[in-house]
Design a protein around this ligand. Structure first.
Ligand code: HEM
Length: 135
């Protein structure tokens, strides 16, 4: 008889992000680790921080033993819904915040301040030259 696997969206899994209700997603599977938080040798903080995202990399980086991987099956409650559209994570730090006209002007001014200074300097020298010649 085929076993029915419960499917969850990442949005649904992400709601369980407290020490009273904590789900993590590793390698497409969803784990309810609420009862394991206090026992986790890596601490409860790492598990709480791993909620709301695919924590596969973090899980693998911790170098879990085979015993840990066997144990985690006890906490598996289902799988991530593969039909769920993957919402790209917007990395706001990658983009420059849009600047208004004033700050663009200030940026330009701070980059090209030498040009007007040079123009004024040349004008002063030329004016001085003509004034001296008139005398
Ligand atoms: C049901 C899920 C999990 C179980 C059953 C589990 C179990 C364990 C166990 C038994 C250990 C002791 C070392 C070992 O035997 O490998 C451990 C260590 C650790 N785990 Fe987990 N873990 C789970 C999920 C996670 C997740 C999602 C993360 C990261 C986001 C994580 C991070 C760590 C860290 C950082 C350590 C400490 C490693 C060290 O001190 O060297 N674990 N875990």
């Amino acid at each position: 008889m085929p076993t029915l696997t419960k499917l969850y969206t990442m949005q649904e899994a992400a709601k369980h992000n407290t020490s009273d209700d904590c789900w993590v997603v590793v390698d497409g599977k969803v784990y309810d680790v609420t009862d394991y938080l206090d026992e986790h040798p890596g601490g409860d903080e790492v598990l709480l921080k791993a909620t709301g995202k695919d924590a596969t990399d973090e899980f693998e980086d911790a170098g879990h033993s085979k015993g840990a991987i066997d144990l985690m099956q006890e906490y598996c409650i289902g799988e991530l819904d593969p039909s769920e559209p993957v919402i790209p994570v917007v990395d706001s730090s990658a983009k420059e915040p849009s600047k208004d006209v004033t700050s663009k002007f200030v940026d330009l001014a701070s980059q090209y301040w030498a040009i007007p200074v040079a123009i004024v300097g040349v004008s002063v020298v030329v004016a001085g030259f003509f004034l001296l010649r008139k005398k």
